[in-house]
Design a binder for this molecule. Structure first.
Ligand code: SAM
Length: 220
């Protein structure tokens, strides 16, 4: 898997958790993150060209490529170990030739062409609100009219679930800081960043009492 550009030093090193990532996820959240990631796949069958950012080990991408045999995807991730897993998953569903892998920092990646689908699952939480805004500004000119941006994220719900949600999210940030060196310490306000960049929220679903969200955004 040749890198398309010389990658800069990664902001956080996810190589360390690439292999156990899936099992750590099942241990902490059972099937809930997968339910959140996969719930929109039936709505994505008309997409033709996707930009998939920080997909990690490629479980989502393999499912999407299987469900939509016309889809081609540019995949951006900074972790070579994650990308190797993703590449082998894509190959296992006979879709390796439909993905173009970029080992790069998504914040400086220069998209080329026009996308009708952007995917970020549990990825925007690696950034601050202003970084999410700059990412969105970089992507916005490369979107076809009616393109969709699928976002899965952690969230802090209101009401009785707020305190446990805050505790879980803080514990996750502490664990990721320890294991990967991630510097971000709090969830960005991705909604503000996307609205400021000219996106409109089309639909929002919640899981686990609002701790997990799945959103579909569209350029206004
Ligand atoms: C928390 S994991 C999420 C993985 C997967 N999308 C999921 O749903 O679990 C974050 C992923 O984004 C990648 N990543 C983090 N920061 C990045 C950056 N600045 N540019 C590109 N990839 C990045 C990591 O290597 C990792 O694969």
């Amino acid at each position: 898997m040749p890198p398309t550009s010389q990658p800069a030093k990664p902001r956080a090193n996810f190589d360390r958790i690439a292999r156990p990532y899936r099992w750590l996820e099942y241990l902490s959240f059972g099937p809930m993150l997968e339910q959140c990631r996969f719930c929109r796949i039936p709505q994505l069958k008309s997409a033709r060209r996707a930009l998939v950012l920080g997909d990690g080990d490629g479980r989502f991408l393999a499912r999407l490529l299987t469900a939509n045999s016309s889809l081609h995807a540019d995949v951006v991730d900074q972790s070579p170990a994650m990308l190797r897993l993703l590449e082998s998953r894509a190959a296992s569903v006979h879709a390796r030739d439909r993905i173009c892998i970029h080992q790069a920092d998504a914040l400086t990646f220069a998209p080329s062409g026009v996308y009708d689908l952007i995917v970020t699952h549990f990825f925007l939480d690696c950034f601050t609100t202003s970084e999410v805004q700059s990412l969105a500004q970089n992507i916005r000119p490369h979107l076809a009219p009616g393109a969709l941006w699928l976002v899965s994220e952690f969230a802090i719900p209101s009401g009785f679930a707020a305190l446990p949600a805050r505790t879980i999210v803080s514990a996750l940030y502490a664990a990721f800081r320890l294991i990967t060196g991630l510097r971000t310490r709090a969830l960005p306000n991705h909604s503000t960043a996307l609205v400021r960049t000219g996106f409109t929220l089309l639909d929002r679903r919640t899981f686990l009492f609002g701790l997990l969200i799945s959103e579909l955004w569209q350029p206004s």
